[in-house]
Design a protein around this ligand. Structure first.
Ligand code: PMP
Length: 387
């Protein structure tokens, strides 16, 4: 009896004990020398995790939606055109958000489980003059993975700023921000970065900072305005005290430890581990007769999976059975098909053992709900991919 269950949702995730210990230390002043060092060091490590040696990192108290807001509000002026590629719930959210800042938004919406063809994106960029192109790396409602590389390069070709919503991907899926010419890549702490909820994290290119500097109108959001935050980030990196809004001191302590763990594993090894774990989980689901929302392996995420319930299994009944098990999973999120699938997060500190435990719980619950399977078949499939 551990007194707790295995948390396998797409964030918050299971956190490393060393990270939890760091967040539990006595809170210090946000301008104490030790904390300035922790903050500055965390900013430096972000560049290595984002693979963006030239980018400007930001660590802000808030959630992933605040990161979306910060990127949008600083880069959009009323009347600017924005092209949003939507592969689910969070793409749609970005379109709504950008409209609040006066953007003229066009949405290219993928069919459920699919991505938007790159040719269609290029055609649209060719047809009008856009300021901004946004896309979700892994949409948490569908587990569809978009390839950011060609989109970053398209942005460069057409002189359009690119924003990658990496909330469900940074520190899990492969991202090379500088090489792929991505202007803003953001995430939230509770996902693959591995820190309890409460930090919005982003790295911004020089090109985006310059676009912000040449705005003609003030940023329409006081808390988000980079005028307030850029001097603070620069000061921490130069190990000087500074203040605009009180940083989430304890979470930043956890962030320093977690980024250290991520870099110790190494980015290439980490990308590979997520690919392997994702493949293993999907193999198990297919062997159990479950179809996934992403229509192909090529566009399936390593951080998250979204299987449909098999014929004959009622979602509510399955989720009740899971609730009584030792693992915590998430239900569907995408309007229209919400009740026909469930979601399993497998990112960050997730282990092969966690995957096997989760597959075993799913097998058990599917069987309880009347799905006719040979027990162990999913486990065998998962384990086969892990060797
Ligand atoms: N974008 C994506 C892809 C997400 O998965 C989430 C959170 N699930 C968000 C944005 C918003 O993040 P938060 O819930 O931390 O505001």
């Amino acid at each position: 009896m551990k007194g707790r269950k295995l948390l396998m949702i797409p964030g918050p995730i299971e956190f490393e004990p060393a990270v939890m210990q760091a967040t539990a230390m006595a809170t210090t002043s946000h301008v104490a020398p030790d904390f300035i060092e922790t903050f500055g060091h965390s900013l430096e490590m972000m560049r290595d995790v984002w693979l963006s040696p030239s980018g400007q990192p930001f660590i802000i108290a808030g959630t992933g939606t605040l990161a979306m807001d910060m990127a949008g509000s600083n880069l959009i002026e009323p009347g600017d055109r924005a092209l949003v590629i939507s592969t689910g719930y969070f793409g749609d959210r970005y379109a709504d958000l950008l409209k609040r800042y006066g953007a003229e938004v066009t949405v290219l919406k993928a069919a459920t489980g699919d991505v938007v063809d790159i040719k269609e994106v290029e055609k649209e960029l060719n047809s009008k003059s856009y300021k901004l192109l946004t896309f979700t790396h892994v949409d948490t409602s569908t587990a569809v993975r978009v390839d950011p590389r060609p989109l970053g390069l398209l942005g460069q070709k057409y002189g359009v700023l690119t924003i990658l919503d990496g909330v469900c991907s940074v520190a899990g899926e492969e991202i090379r921000q500088d090489e792929w010419m991505l202007d803003v890549v953001f995430t939230a702490s509770q996902k693959a970065v591995g820190v309890p909820p409460g930090l919005a994290l982003m790295v911004v290119s020089e090109r985006a900072v310059n676009a912000w500097r040449s705005r003609k109108t003030p940023v329409g959001n006081y808390y988000c305005d980079w005028n307030n935050w850029l001097p603070v980030m620069k000061a921490y990196e130069e190990r000087r005290p500074s203040y605009f809004g009180t940083p989430a001191v304890n979470l930043v302590n956890g962030l320093e430890v977690s980024l250290g763990i991520i870099l110790k594993e190494g980015m290439e090894a980490r990308f590979g581990r997520h690919r392997r774990i994702g493949r293993s989980f999907r193999t198990a689901m297919r062997d159990l007769g479950l179809k996934m929302i992403p229509i192909s392996e090529e566009i399936s995420a390593g951080t998250l999976s979204a299987p449909y319930y098999p014929d004959g299994v009622r979602g509510a009944e399955f989720m009740r059975a899971i609730a009584a098990s030792d693992v915590i999973l998430a239900g569907g999120l995408l309007q229209g098909i919400k009740d026909s699938y469930f979601r399993v997060g497998h990112m960050g500190s997730v282990t092969e053992g966690d995957i096997l435990t989760t597959v075993s719980a799913i097998e058990h619950c599917l069987q309880k709900c009347g799905h006719n399977i040979v027990r162990g078949i999913g486990l065998r499939g998962a384990a086969g991919e892990l060797q």
